[in-house]
Ligand binder design. Sequence first.
Ligand SMILES: Nc1ncnc2c1ncn2[C@@H]1O[C@H](COP(=O)(O)OP(=O)(O)O)[C@@H](O)[C@H]1O
Ligand SMILES: [Mg+2]
Length: 428
Amino acid sequence: MRGIEVVPSAKRLITSLRALGYDLPQAVADIVDNSIEAGATVIKIDLEYLGDESWLRISDNGRGMSKAKLLEAMRYGSDVEYDSETSLGKFGLGMKTASLSQCQRLTVASRSSPTRASISGYSWDLKHIQRTNRWEVLEIPPDLLSHPLFQQLRDSTGTVVVWTCLDRILDNKYPSEDTQQKQFMAIFRELEVHLSMVFHKFLSGQLARKKLKIYICGNPIEAWDPFCTTQSETIRCDPFAHPVVEDGKAGAIHFEPFILPREDQFDSPEARKLGAGPKKWNYQQGFYFYRAGRMIQSGGWSGLRTRDEHSKLARIAVRFSPSLDDTLKINVAKMRVQLPPAIIREIKDQIQVVIGEANTRYRKSGQSAVPNLRRPAVPPSPQPTKNSIFVTMLTQEQWASRLLVAATNQERPFVQKAINRLESQTRK
Ligand SMILES: Nc1ncnc2c1ncn2[C@@H]1O[C@H](COP(=O)(O)OP(=O)(O)O)[C@@H](O)[C@H]1O
Ligand SMILES: [Mg+2]
């Protein structure tokens, strides 16, 4: 049969791709991914309000790109080889789709030679695409590349991404000075919170690479550690791995559960406030998915259970490598993954043990820390056999938490009553 090429309509598709679901912090994070991937150690994010001429810039000191490489990078679906263990990229789309979800013009300038100040630059301009209906980027002439926006490339290698015509960021075109100020403060704050969370392992130097520094308008951002690992009362439970075979290759999803201190157990009020996290305790409980060290999703129980006040001290790091992307169904904006139901069923018992412990700690509110919860107090995770729950020796307290966890909302008050009675009998 004869193949007939049907080329997508540039103006229709490029506009539709603006709606992939990014918000501003997630879009910036996708650009930061590229900078990290290019070996950058310093990433600067700047934003200037100049009415219709406002701009946002993300610049890095990474390897940069040659002219040919930059042109390929501008292509929707760039042809790139990915490292299956460490690569933060995936679809060859992020730089374009993330940027144009926020603005109408994306300009990228880059320099790859440490010795020669040879800078190249291209733009995707939605107005140009609307006019021509062609997949055409615009080449930036040398005189424009000497604009102060790209100044840092005169001294060293790196890449500068500039967003202009910020239609999705500045929705109010003519704000009063006051509104403008507020809008900007809100953007900075949101960006800071998001980046300090999703890149916390890079910012704190936990990964096998040089520590990363990110500045927003000249201010360095601090890592936010969801597991409060520096707190003396944080419990690090036994980690476990779940084997996965994808494309005939064996891999594993790694689970590392933590039980955070109760509010009264934090070392300081500041640490307690910070520990709550951007969305506060109840929303921050659950799984934190990391792909190659970069956080993709924070909080929630992936359908295993609902968020509950009693389990709010449980937070579980889940690490996987890009080679397991299909199993975890990562989405284009790298904002969401899904644990397959079969895996959820198999890890359920191990997670329930952690939740049980978190529950026990929560219920002890107002009392001093319970000695048998101190690390490494959590019993070794049972092996995932069908009746594993019966082979672990549990204390009365652990049984009580398990019962509470297993009970439905209706049953829980009755179970609690029975536990209280049992506890008071034991004390006598
Ligand atoms: N800041 C950067 N420094 C060096 N190379 C970059 C940078 N940003 C993008 N690239 C190149 O452009 C390619 C396409 O980027 P992108 O559209 O985000 O897709 P992906 O990251 O999924 O490959 C990257 O794979 C990389 O080769
Ligand atoms: Mg990318």
